[in-house]
Design a binder for this molecule. Structure first.
Ligand code: AMP
Length: 535
């Protein structure tokens, strides 16, 4: 039996009724706040997420479903070229099958070798568009070989023009030599990624379609997202988000704290409307990019003497992106994290005023919140307001939604200045936390139309008429005996059964039986819809 892939799942009826109920309710709320729907593609170029979400985030570093869209992997083309140049005596590498080498399965990581050239060892990696992770991988392979008594040189072979400055600096620090090839007739590969979140896609669309012309854009989306996380209850590899973005040129008021507060008030309304009342809104400000730079510096300093006592992830974060240390869930690290400086001490006057204004409006409209100065959110592009709604009943994965401001994101993606704020609700978790049951929101058939022998056509005609009156109609089959029709009607949960026989058609009046009370009446064709709906 072929099963759904781990971390994915089928949503089946009747539970899908609950999903529809949620989506209909949120569409209503979005309408009241004048948001409009946007649908972006499910896959985008990998670069969008690398730049829009941040190379150092867990999402980009570990969790994306990425593939190279094209026949011959670029890393392999670089590998072939290098081998052909350096070892012409081995002959042609043109016929090496990339499948056979396992390169394709390795995806973005690219071929890496420990090779011995005339008595000297080198770690050689072939990589198109190398990242900091690639350098890290080379260092690791180098370290491992030291245990075996070799001290290899680190050698990165790449295509010229594909090395970012940051990676070059990292390589230099680590003593990695970069060799940049030019390859004739090289076809630029295209790397594609299943979207792990939707903000980057929305901002890309904003830039591409010049949506700044509309002034303030209020956009919402509903759809699947993909992350290669360890699956557990409430955490899936394909999951669904309902999100919204408020974005526009600064002149449209997109930066105003009024927008932050309105968005948060809308979310409180939305959760209340769904009957989820025991939520918690946690609020923080992560400051402007300049504030964050100062904060990051202070964190780096504070972490330097203690980082060796922390978990592996934190040791890495302490160097690459100290802010992320606050994401750490390892219990032993918490006492250290408690002693670290807090962003609030580094907020500029502007950021502080903005944050105060958001809180003031929320208090005025009666939205309760608590401040959490450890809330830094998983993505790199957040500025100023950051927030999360949690729900007690959800257990470990208790974050039902999160969001924040991303004033510099558009510029980071090469667009115009376009401050914005948005959120993403985990729809899977939202559905889990509903008190409502699918049975409670499912609309069962109003009537089951049961044709007697030879009456399929007449029954279809009648069902067609009733459905036009907005009734939910289940249509039977004229091979069923009456008893079987009654059983089918009961199983479908229909309220009435309507029998279509020759006599009924002639009389243009039908026997309608209430399946709950057993009451049966004869109703003229023209009165059927009203009778079924009304009674
Ligand atoms: P994030 O973009 O990581 O802030 O995610 C926003 C919301 O999406 C979270 O608060 C969760 O409710 C939900 N979410 C994130 N990742 C997953 C996942 N792997 N499975 C289910 N829900 C998720």
């Amino acid at each position: 039996m072929i099963k759904a892939v781990r971390g994915t799942r089928d949503l089946l009826p009747p539970e899908t009724a609950l999903w529809n109920f949620v989506e209909a309710a949120v569409r209503d709320v979005f309408r009241a706040y004048n948001f409009q729907e946007i649908r972006t593609p499910i896959f985008e170029s990998t670069e969008l997420f690398a730049r829009g979400v941040g190379e150092e985030t867990d999402i980009v570093a570990k969790e994306m479903y990425t593939w190279e869209d094209g026949a011959d992997p670029a890393d392999f083309a670089i590998y072939k070229e290098w081998m052909t140049r350096n070892f012409p005596e081995i002959g042609s590498y043109k016929n090496i099958d990339p499948e056979a080498t396992g390169l394709r399965q390795r995806g973005l990581s690219g071929p890496i070798f420990l090779a011995n050239f005339s008595g000297h060892y080198s770690v050689i990696k072939f990589k198109y568009g190398p990242t900091a992770q690639d350098i890290g991988e080379m260092i690791q392979v180098g370290e491992r070989s030291k245990d075996e008594g070799v001290r290899p040189k680190l050698h990165l072979v790449t295509l010229s023009g594909t090395v970012h400055d940051g990676v070059r600096a990292r390589a230099q620090d680590a003593g990695v030599k970069i060799e940049e090839l030019t390859i004739e007739n090289f076809l630029r590969p295209q790397f594609l990624t299943l979207r792990p979140e939707n903000t980057a896609g929305v901002v890309r669309a904003y830039i591409q379609h010049d949506l700044q012309q509309n002034g303030l854009n209020k956009l919402y989306y509903i759809g699947p997202q993909f992350r290669r996380e360890r699956p557990q209850k409430g955490r899936y590899r394909q999951f669904y988000q309902i999100g919204a973005e408020v974005i526009g040129p600064p002149s449209s008021g997109s930066e105003s704290p009024a927008r932050d507060a309105e968005l948060l008030e809308m979310l409180a309304t939305l959760l209340d409307r769904l009957g989820i009342t025991d939520w918690n809104l946690e609020l923080n400000s992560v400051g402007t990019p300049a504030d964050r730079a100062k904060f990051n510096e202070a964190l780096r300093k504070a972490l330097d003497p203690v980082k060796d006592k922390m978990c592996g992830d934190c040791q890495r974060r302490a160097v690459t992106n100290p802010l992320r240390v606050f994401d750490c869930k390892v219990p032993e690290d918490q006492p250290i994290i408690e002693t670290l400086p807090r962003i609030i001490q580094f907020l500029s006057e502007d950021a502080r005023k903005h944050f105060d204004a958001v809180q003031e409006i929320l208090t005025k409209v009666g939205v309760r919140f608590s401040l959490n100065d450890r809330l830094v959110r998983g993505l790199d592009y957040y500025t100023r307001t950051a927030f999360e709604f949690t729900h007690g009943a959800l257990g470990a994965q208790n974050a039902i939604l999160g969001g924040g401001r991303y004033d510099g994101l558009s510029e980071a993606l090469g667009g115009p200045a376009a401050p914005g704020i948005g959120f993403a609700i985990g729809e899977d978790r939202l559905v889990m936390s509903l008190k409502e049951t699918a049975e409670g929101v499912l609309r069962k058939p109003d009537v089951y139309v049961a044709p007697m022998a030879g009456m399929n056509g007449e029954a279809a005609k009648l069902a067609h008429e009733l459905r036009r009156h907005d009734l939910v109609v289940e249509l039977g089959d004229d091979t069923f005996r009456l008893k079987k029709s009654f059983e089918a009607a009961t199983k479908a949960g229909a309220k009435y059964i309507l029998i279509v026989g020759e006599n009924e058609v002639k009389a243009d009046a039908f026997a309608v039986k209430n399946l709950e009370t057993g009451e049966q009446v004869q109703v003229a064709r023209g009165d059927l819809a009203a009778r079924i709906r009304g009674a």
